[in-house]
Design a protein around this ligand. Structure first.
Ligand code: 13P
Length: 251
């Protein structure tokens, strides 16, 4: 079962090879050790750096590993794909599913994302389901309906117990990598709607993502339904990611 302790996940996207990953972990572990143990921290390197990350993180579990996606299938003729069991070999604890960049560039549908969520849960890897609207959808006043639609298609057939093992991430597409973060009241409005969206979500962590930085992270954490961050650019530097987390939880 999840609880609503803060969680920060660094989504590195297509950045850092194995040796850069090792350097990051060496710099980051001492900084992470100074953060309160109640804060969950994970990094999501590219697949090719998972082994290096797992080795550098060692047997300590202060910083968990996340994958950026995975296949909905268990094994077989799916060229280029990675199965949940392959991630489990590296003690991957989380997998980001439905990121807008995968929906856009890899044409992942809500149905496929739903199948991935079920496969992750079956493998006991916590899915971080990413949802969010485009600027066009927001300006038309349909952001909440759009996000709820994404959640319904990806989680509609899950039991309450399965849904309670998820993490949700609200990432407005127009805020990703743009430096234009979503104002915290609008992010809270969506987070509240997400929490009410279905049985099982009452106590799951809901993360905000989209230009989260050391300067703005604390503001989101003051919102009643936001429990952490899915951080892109600001997670690539060990000092900046640690400062973001420290700032977010300092109150
Ligand atoms: P940025 O923090 O770089 O805007 O990226 C957010 C994101 O997409 C995390 O998954």
């Amino acid at each position: 079962m999840n609880d609503r302790s803060p969680v920060f996940v660094g989504n590195w996207k297509m950045n850092k090879n194995a040796s850069q990953t090792r350097s990051f972990v060496e710099a980051f572990l001492p900084l992470a050790a100074q953060l309160p143990p109640s804060v969950g921290i994970a990094i999501a390197p590219p697949f090719t750096a998972l082994a290096a990350a797992a080795a550098a993180l060692g047997s300590g579990n202060r910083v968990a590993l996340a994958a950026q996606t995975m296949s909905e299938f268990a094994e077989g003729a799916y060229t280029g794909e990675i199965a949940a069991s392959m991630l489990a070999e590296f003690n991957v604890a989380y997998v980001i599913l439905g990121h807008s960049e995968r929906r856009l560039y890899q044409h992942e549908s809500d149905a496929t994302i739903g199948a991935k969520v079920r496969a992750a849960l079956a493998a006991e890897i916590t899915p971080i389901l990413a949802v969010g609207e485009s600027l066009e959808v927001r300006e038309a006043g349909n952001a909440v309906a759009h996000v709820l639609g994404q959640i319904r298609s990806a989680t509609g057939d899950l039991s309450e117990e399965q849904a309670a093992r998820m993490v949700l991430a609200y990432e407005p597409i127009w805020a990703i990598g743009t430096g234009k973060n979503c104002d915290r009241e609008s992010a809270q409005e969506i987070a509240r709607a997400v929490r009410a969206a279905r049985k099982g979500f009452a106590d799951i962590p809901i993360l905000y993502g989209g230009s989260m930085k050391p300067e703005n992270a604390a503001g989101y954490m003051e919102m009643p339904d936001i429990d952490g961050g899915l951080v892109g650019g600001a997670s690539l530097d060990a000092g900046s990611f640690a400062a973001l987390i420290a700032g977010a939880i300092a109150r």
